[in-house]
Design a protein around this ligand. Structure first.
Ligand code: FRU
Length: 479
């Protein structure tokens, strides 16, 4: 069978099962990407760390498996740092990964290091560096970074994030905790990330704490929330009320994201696993399962509701742009499809709509075929952006899959902006400059390549529209 759902520009494992991104670090000209990997099956199992490298975050080289499970347990998620000052004694500029061993639901934190640009890895003989605490079931996913004069670890533990500090990556002391009733608390907390971003141009900044929630996400199942606040080197303090829930993504398929450390341009770039624990094991598979979102660059914006996270697709993706059409100041009437001539499985759409009361809803249908499409629809009356995959293709493999995923989106100066990526089995929508994001997997027939721009209940003006066919990214296996 042809591999019809294999994306052309999103990262997938060469074969078998993948979940969370792990150990994202830039070192010596390469972006490293590790991932939760089960190399013997298309469903989750004893976790390894798969490994790939890239010089531009677009084209990837698959490298041999970096970490194998052993008698101490499976290799669960974690992060990576460059030990510039050789604090751990593994060597100057050693790459160090900090991961969770999981054995019979006992979880501990551990190190492995590499002094050959990440090509071979040695587990630290003194593991664990943080042993499993008695009677605690969830204690995992360490995110480590250097802060002023010490290492900091954010660790997920049940309904909260714990913070630890260390001078040398080997000796850790707990310095604080956050959670227990803040934000979304309907599922186990997993995969924290913590980083500082500038706010405006006056030297102000805030810290962002990213937290995966295992259940009760905005589209059901797992989802990713974030908190905005302060970090004093020891603990995080939210600047919002405990009832405030901020979702990183309002679609169904953006989980366990992580950001790159040591990024050479000082950008904060993050990518997530495009799936959902509700049905991850059941999505159509042809010898592989699991893919990652496009990487996005993060920033903060002051809005009337408070400070919000902004996600924008990284500029490197523009190198994939091929055939292009541009329109401006077009009036879209119901039943007329401006994009009839434009077909494709891998597309990028950048557009700006002028919103008025003349129209009820408008948007795009992508991957259109016989009885099949995925709709990206803005509803003017209730100011919501909807991603509707009820008729997107294969949807019956799990009850929770078919659905419409929505987010509140207010026009800015009467304008709605959409930046959309479509691939063989996904749709990502970045709205109003990345203030609202919706990420969904879809499984359409390979013949469903149509594209429609629609207006319902009146006409809408498109201020500008750019549609690009995208070339495939290169994925090369190095053995
Ligand atoms: C998140 C997660 C992590 C864990 C890993 C196991 O998706 O559940 O908490 O480390 O997956 O594969």
């Amino acid at each position: 069978m042809k591999d019809i759902f294999r994306p052309s520009f999103h990262f997938t494992p060469p074969a078998n099962w993948m979940n969370d991104p792990n150990g994202l670090v830039f070192f010596d000209g390469e972006y490293h990407l590790f991932y939760q990997y089960h190399p013997h099956s298309t469903v989750w199992g004893p976790m390894h760390w798969g490994h790939a490298v890239s010089t531009d975050l677009v084209h990837w080289q698959h490298l041999p498996i970096a970490l194998y499970p052993d008698e101490q347990g499976m290799i669960f998620s974690g992060s990576a740092v460059v030990d510039v000052n050789n604090t751990a004694g593994f060597g100057k500029n050693a790459l160090v990964v900090i991961f969770t061993y999981n054995k019979d639901y006992k979880e501990s934190q551990n190190l492995a290091c590499s002094t050959d640009r990440g090509r071979t890895w040695t587990k630290y003989a003194g593991n664990p560096v943080i042993p499993h605490p008695a009677h605690v079931r969830d204690f995992r996913d360490p995110k480590v970074f250097w802060h002023e004069d010490h290492w900091v670890m954010a660790l997920a533990a049940g309904d909260s994030i714990l913070f630890f500090t260390s001078p040398d990556l080997k000796h850790w002391e707990q310095s604080g905790s956050f959670g227990s009733g803040f934000g979304s608390t309907t599922g186990v907390w997993e995969m924290p990330d913590l980083f500082k971003l500038p706010l405006g141009k006056d030297g102000e900044s805030r810290w962002v704490l990213i937290v995966g929630v295992g259940n009760g996400g905005p589209a059901g199942g797992s989802g990713t929330q974030y908190f905005i606040g302060y970090f004093n080197g020891k603990k995080f303090i939210s600047e919002n009320h405990r009832d405030t829930i901020l979702w990183t993504d309002h679609g169904s398929d953006y989980y366990a994201p992580q950001s790159w450390s040591n990024e050479p341009d000082g950008r904060r770039i993050m990518l997530g696993w495009m799936s959902n624990w509700q049905y991850a094991r059941e999505v159509p598979s042809d010898g592989w399962r699991g893919m990652f979102s496009v990487p996005s660059e993060l920033s903060l914006k002051q809005t009337e509701h408070g400070i919000r996270l902004i996600q924008q697709p990284i500029r490197e993706l523009q190198s994939l742009r091929a055939e292009h059409r541009h329109w401006q100041a077009e009036t879209i009437q119901p039943e007329v499809n401006l994009l009839k001539a434009f077909q494709g499985q891998a597309l990028e759409i950048v557009t700006e709509f002028q919103v008025s009361k003349d129209v009820k809803s408008f948007g795009f249908r992508v991957r259109v075929g016989v009885d099949e499409h995925t709709a990206i629809r803005y509803s003017v009356e209730d100011e919501t952006l909807n991603l509707d995959r009820t008729r997107s293709g294969e949807v019956t493999f799990h009850d929770a899959f078919a659905g419409v995923h929505s987010a509140k989106l207010t026009p800015v100066n009467h304008v709605i902006r959409l930046h959309i990526f479509v691939d063989s089995s996904s749709v990502e929508v970045f709205a109003n400059g990345g203030l609202v994001v919706l990420t969904d997997c879809i499984f359409p027939s390979p013949q469903s390549n149509g594209l429609e721009l629609f207006a319902e209940g009146g006409q809408v003006i498109v201020n500008s529209l750019d549609v690009y066919r995208l070339n495939s990214a290169k994925f090369q296996v190095v053995t």
